[in-house]
Design a protein around this ligand. Structure first.
Ligand code: 7TS
Length: 405
């Protein structure tokens, strides 16, 4: 079936509005994507018909809420091809997922070992590992990148060695759009027996991932970047890995027995899900996943690639325009600077013309340092963006540049 962006847009009522008297052009999708009616309706249906706490009530509404939530766990399992639903943990987001693993590994790692990340991680995949290294005396290493924003993996054998406890890296960079060579990095990590974690924050809406074919230990997704609700992350972990680490939050529902002196933990997935979960979020995410899969991630990604190529070519006509991140293998993120103009000023003038972009460091300060810049303007595309919107963005950008020069 042909990709029909106009039909898709009808599912996102928020897009149909004016900002500062101009039609909204939403190009901040790498920060968070808009939500289709299917997600909004699923959440409202839950609150209108079966709101209840889960896993605790004998009553009908609680059963319905529990069934709805657990069926999403199974849908996620199918989506990423995990072996069993118990390997799918609901967290608060990517940040929470990574902290869960970094904290959980505290008593498995010691001085003399190392943790490997890359030069292009989001702060949420840097700081938790720095904290782990501070606690344990382990060394933090990184895989460097070149001037195109591609990882330099020819020195991988020296960086990932027999003392590497875990290698944690993103599939797609939120700032550069680079699609990283996941399989090469995983393969080297396996060779030395290191654990692996892939941050799929930016790949969730753009790429289909099969965790078994990757043979990755941990993989994490963010609901709100996949057209689902905020406050929900997915943490996949191989059973034997999840069983080997400790939970970092204690509380209700994650226990088997509790006395005033001592507690024992529940099995997977509950061991990592202390407290009342984000039931509405999980139900909304189930609807988002269904919506995404009905359109098809491959079709969406092909559409976004066309938008990226079109926008990149158009932008190059603006004097002083420089793309930050021109990897050969790149997703639909266009980060750029315009010489002599602060990214924040461009962002404000774009907003005045109805264009929503993100400006600044994008929680990736080390990338800014590597490119010797203070920040970028970032336009990131989603399934509902159109070529006409790119034209509006380009006209608005030209106008902003003229005003600021
Ligand atoms: N990892 C990557 C690659 C990300 O892009 C983000 C969020 C995170 C981790 C953190 O996800 P969270 O859901 O826990 O916040 N990235 C962005 C962004 O690029 N603009 O706003 C949030």
């Amino acid at each position: 079936m042909a990709y029909n962006v106009h039909d898709i847009r009808k599912q996102f009522p928020i897009l149909n509005q004016e900002v500062h008297g101009q039609p909204l052009v939403y190009l901040d999708n790498a920060a968070t994507a808009q939500k289709p009616l299917a997600v909004i309706n699923a959440i409202s249906d839950y609150y209108l018909k079966y709101n209840a706490n889960v896993h605790r009530g004998v009553h009908t509404l609680s059963q319905r809420a529990t069934d709805a939530m657990e069926s999403v766990r199974e849908e996620v399992r199918v989506h990423i091809n995990a072996t069993e639903a118990a390997e799918i943990i609901f967290t608060r987001g990517i940040t929470d997922s990574i902290n869960t693993i970094a904290y959980g590994m505290s008593n498995r790692i010691h001085q003399g070992q190392n943790v490997v990340i890359t030069a292009m991680e989001h702060h949420s995949n840097i700081v938790p590992w720095q904290m782990l290294c501070e606690r344990t005396g382990a060394e933090l290493r990184h895989i460097p990148m070149d001037e195109h924003g591609e990882l330099v993996i020819n020195g991988l054998e020296d960086i990932v060695d027999h003392n590497t406890a875990i290698v944690a890296f993103n599939h797609i960079s939120n700032t550069l759009g680079t699609i990283n060579p996941v399989e090469e990095i995983l393969s080297r990590s396996r060779e030395v027996g290191a654990w692996t974690l892939v941050d799929g924050a930016q790949s969730g809406p753009h790429a289909q991932v099969d965790v078994q074919s990757w043979d990755v230990d941990f993989f994490t997704l963010s609901s709100h970047k996949m057209y689902g609700p905020t406050g929900l992350g997915i943490l996949y972990g191989k059973r034997e890995r999840l069983e080997a680490i400790s939970p970092y939050q204690g509380g209700g529902e994650m226990i088997a027995t509790v006395t005033l002196e001592k507690s024992t933990y529940a099995g997977l997935p509950h061991k990592f899900e202390a407290g009342t979960p984000h039931v509405e979020g999980i139900i909304g995410f189930g609807a988002a996943l269904k919506f995404l899969n009905e359109i098809g991630i491959e079709s969406i990604s092909a559409h976004e690639q066309n938008l990226l190529e079109y926008a990149t070519e158009k932008c190059s006509k603006i004097e002083g325009f420089r793309v930050i991140g021109n990897a050969k293998n790149k997703a639909s993120v266009l980060s750029f600077v315009v010489d002599g103009i602060h990214s924040y000023d461009l962002g404000v003038l774009l907003d005045q013309q109805g264009i929503a972009v993100r400006t600044g460091q994008h929680c990736t300060q080390p990338i800014m340092d590597a490119f010797c810049i203070q920040g970028t303007v970032r336009a990131s595309f989603a399934m509902y963006n159109t070529f006409d919107e790119i034209d509006s963005f380009m006209s608005a950008l030209s106008r902003a540049v003229t005003m600021l020069r």
